[in-house]
Write a protein that binds this ligand. Structure first.
Ligand SMILES: [Zn+2]
Length: 509
């Protein structure tokens, strides 16, 4: 039986390399692109008339937390044109549980936003399921935090030699089974307890496999320079390929630090360190509420944290340290999800407003919420200014990502809107980047950086992952008030040569 053919006709082609647009056609056979530009089309081939539309590679979300959701036919990313995702970021992957399923689930669920049932013993089992993801081709980093919980529980201490050996073995197995690298989350306990030796041992293994090491660093605020230096040193010592996740400077007192760390990164790159970074096109971030407290409070897990919060002496100390490390005013922190029914009304409010409503001092309010929600709540934090955002988005080292979380509440618009916002608001309306530069940062560039073979370019022989959109109307319709709205202007999405039905558009005739 002959493979199915498809002809995309008369398009504005942007090929993902950063090259300027040109007019032309694409011929697809089965799951592959066969010809680009001038095509020899057999008679009777189904055709999509793309007159006036941009045809480019499907978008790659290289910093995703869809580890669980990509296994289902979720539409949030698909509707924005995403055809590939890199999961397992910031130290959180849903494997290896290695006999500690419950502890790994409790550790990772704040970020992975899953239920109480998931868990894969090791990389092989998870990657097998990941290969069946219905709407995207997904690649996984193994999370250092998950590995650490799997070998030593949620304990904040140095690992024994035996535990370290076990973790190295788990990493080795995962990289051999097809994980594309390792991630750390050094602001999240217990990954935050990893010392230089522990990270060095693991990064040597990553380097030996010539895979990538992605890091949510120890600090993005007061300690940003030291955090960047630590990661660059690690890359220097081990030779691993370093990807700094969601680079930014959090909080007004720290905004000047961003320019300095970018100079440090540029310098290291000139000296031969293989370093790059990623960023999302929003000034606000989205993470778990427990990020605001000192991470020692989480030693042993959230149940232990609640015990500490119920001890008046420890609670006082946690409140004081929380205030001291706060880089943002409480008016810039918005509650996005809670677990209990009785706090649902507060979702969408700032912690400052909530504190006033409940007649509590803001840090005390935060600790009360953590007790009431048993640690399960998320927040939006308005971290950055526009000037810094522009600097990271337009920097030649950056790729652009969603970092989207599937929170059960009122989330962040990036889950629905990142790539359309980039191509509409940021390219077309603000002219921060040309369309071909922006598309390169979400297609060919992440594919090369993360080693995603035959993806990310419009090129004969490559997979037919394709986004088709109207450059005059593309934009995010999601915003902070209404984050769960699909974008505008996407016409068709093809993954491996097949139309994804999430996007309504005319089918070929
Ligand atoms: Zn992160």
């Amino acid at each position: 039986m002959p493979s199915s053919l498809l002809h995309l006709k008369n398009a504005i082609l942007i090929d993902g390399t950063g090259a300027p647009p040109c007019k032309g056609d694409i011929l697809i056979v089965g799951d592959r692109i066969i010809e680009v530009g001038l095509c020899t089309v057999p008679p009777g081939t189904p055709v999509v008339d793309c007159t006036g539309w941009v045809v480019c590679p499907g978008f790659i979300d290289a910093h995703s937390h869809s580890d669980l959701h990509v296994l289902k036919a979720r539409l949030e990313k698909t509707q924005q044109g995403v055809t590939s995702e890199v999961v397992g970021n910031c130290g959180f992957s849903p494997y290896p549980t290695a006999g500690r399923e419950d502890a790994v689930r409790k550790f990772a669920n704040g970020i992975l936003c899953g239920d109480e049932r998931w868990g894969w013993g090791g990389a092989t089992a998870y990657l097998k399921d990941l290969a069946q993801a219905p709407n995207a081709t997904a690649y996984s980093l193994i999370g250092h935090g998950s590995m650490r919980v799997a070998v030593a529980g949620n304990e904040q201490r140095s690992l024994t030699t035996r535990e370290m050996d076990r973790m190295e073995q788990l990493l080795e197995e995962a990289l051999t089974a097809g994980a594309i690298g390792m991630s750390t989350g050094l602001m999240y306990a217990p990954g935050s307890c990893a010392d230089a030796d522990e990270l060095e041992c693991l990064c040597r293994i990553v380097a030996r496999h010539n895979k990538i090491y992605a890091t949510h660093m120890r600090s993005y605020s007061f300690g940003l320079e030291e955090a960047v230096e630590e990661q660059l040193d690690l890359a220097r010592r081990t030779g691993c390929r370093l990807q700094i996740s969601h680079l930014q400077a959090v909080g007004r007192p720290n905004w000047d630090r961003q320019r300095r760390v970018i100079e440090i990164i540029e310098q290291a790159s000139q000296e031969g360190v293989d370093v790059a970074f990623d960023c999302y096109p929003y000034t606000a971030g989205n993470t778990v509420l427990t990020q605001l407290v000192p991470q020692w409070a989480l030693n042993g897990g959230t149940d232990r944290m609640i015990e500490r919060l119920l001890d008046p002496r420890l609670r006082k100390q946690i409140a004081e340290e929380t205030r001291a490390k706060m880089a943002l005013p409480w008016t810039d922190v918005v509650l996005t999800s809670v677990e209990s029914q009785h706090n649902r009304w507060a979702v969408g409010m700032t912690l400052a407003a909530l504190a006033e409503r409940r007649a509590l001092e803001p840090a005390d309010l935060l600790l009360e919420l953590l007790i009431e929600e048993r640690g399960n709540a998320t927040m939006l934090t308005f971290n950055q200014n526009e000037e810094n955002l522009r600097q990271v988005l337009t920097h030649p080292f950056s790729i652009i990502i969603t970092d989207g979380l599937f929170v059960h509440g009122k989330g962040h618009p990036r889950l629905h809107g990142t790539f359309p916002l980039l191509l509409g608001d940021i390219c077309r309306d603000r002219h921060w980047l040309s369309l071909q530069e922006a598309i390169h940062k979400v297609t060919g560039k992440p594919a090369a950086r993360f080693g995603l073979a035959q993806r990310g370019l419009l090129k004969p022989g490559y997979y037919a992952d394709i986004a088709i959109f109207d450059a005059t109307s593309i934009n995010s319709a999601a915003n902070y008030e209404n984050p769960d709205v699909p974008p505008e202007g996407i016409r068709h999405i093809l993954r491996n040569g097949t139309f994804l039905s999430a996007v309504s558009g005319e089918k070929p005739n």
